[in-house]
Write a protein that binds this ligand. Structure first.
Ligand code: PLP
Length: 344
């Protein structure tokens, strides 16, 4: 069981109060098409409507708000070049704080530019995510910056948990929540809120089969490293940290199941989200829909599907919607490996 160090309903409720002005509740929209597929009401929780295109804004904004003024003035730092880096840059700008994002020289120029455009300082160091992380640790040591990690942090998890509050309150007869899973901050927070308010609801997490670190860790009974492979669900890549403190224990205690999906199944989810529901989602955001379409989970009552983000290469999205995408194309078109937490 999670201990007193973990995240519960009161932390999540406090996060909601802090987020009132920073991340408005997102829409929860009925999907006629998925409801027909499942024979149960299916509602889509549209997290891509938040300012940086993913739910990561909730956790980052909460963590920044919890810091005292003095720490905020010294500044914030992370090594994420993905949705968390964007969210932290945005949250810092709103708070009037300095944000530093450490990246290796291997990070593509467009990603560097996207984070810089949000007002963050970029530190380009080394040739790997490990080098970028070492730079984060130096800045914490030398300049007193506060590191805000992408998932294994109580205030980040509590912020993501506000999604669970919104779902549980809107759906009194909630039976199933489908939540994308990588480092587990999202799943842990959502499950903590849902299990507290709707104890009979199941919370089922979904990852790609290619390099699912939390799934492997839950199976091993402890955090383990997995090889990273290119995947359409690129925001779900990366490890959970071998010294994981919160998200692993919470996921182990609270998740009912973890489902793994093939690349083709994820592509079908992206396509269905767009053609049936008009929602643009990235691979990570489509896994809940994909799990339902693949028949890998059966709904016994009303379902909430968390669409976690929409940061997908438009050309890849077009080819998937057009039906011309193939799994082998991703394997060669996606930069391989050594990306770890960069993707969160
Ligand atoms: C980070 C992210 C996830 C996974 O969140 P974790 O807390 O790492 O499990 C899912 N979807 C998107 C779009 C993300 O950016």
């Amino acid at each position: 069981m999670p201990n007193s160090q973990s995240v519960g309903l009161s932390e999540i409720q406090a996060a909601r109060q802090r987020l009132a002005q920073l991340a408005l509740p997102t829409p929860l929209l009925p999907s006629a098409a998925l409801s027909a597929v499942c024979g149960q009401p299916v509602l889509l929780k549209c997290e891509a409507r938040l300012a940086t295109g993913s739910f990561k804004l909730r956790g980052a904004s909460n963590a920044v708000a919890v810091l005292g003024d003095a720490a905020r003035q010294r500044g914030l730092v992370t090594a994420s070049t993905g949705n968390h880096g964007r969210a932290l840059a945005h949250a810092a700008r709103i708070a009037g704080a300095r944000a530093v994002v450490c990246m290796s020289h291997l990070v593509p120029a467009n990603k560097v530019a996207a984070v810089r455009a949000l007002g963050a300082e970029i530190h380009l160091v080394g040739q790997s995510q490990d080098d970028a992380q070492a730079a984060v640790e130096r800045l914490v040591e030398d300049q007193g910056l506060s590191e805000i990690p992408p998932f294994d942090h109580r205030d980040v998890i509590a912020g993501q948990g506000t999604i669970g509050l919104e779902i549980a309150e809107a759906m009194p007869d909630l039976e199933l929540v489908l939540v994308p899973l990588s480092g587990g901050g999202l799943a842990a927070g959502v499950a903590a809120a849902v299990k507290a308010l709707r104890p009979r609801a199941r919370v089922v997490a979904v990852s790609m089969a290619r390099g699912a670190a939390m799934h492997a860790s839950l199976a091993a009974g402890k955090p383990v490293a997995v090889a990273e492979l290119p995947t359409l669900a690129d925001s779900l890549g990366g490890g959970i940290g071998l010294t994981n403190r919160y998200s692993f224990a919470l996921c182990r205690a609270l998740l009912d199941d973890v489902i793994l999906l093939s690349e083709e199944e994820i592509a079908a989810g992206i396509r269905h989200a767009f053609t049936a529901d008009g929602e643009t989602v990235e691979g990570a955001g489509a896994v809940g829909i994909a799990a339902l379409l693949a028949g890998k989970v059966t709904a016994r009552g009303p379902v909430a599907v968390l669409l976690s983000g929409d940061n997908i290469d438009p050309a890849v999205h077009r080819s998937i919607v057009a039906g011309s995408w193939t799994a082998t194309a991703t394997a060669t078109a996606t930069a391989p490996c050594r990306r770890q937490a960069a993707l969160h």
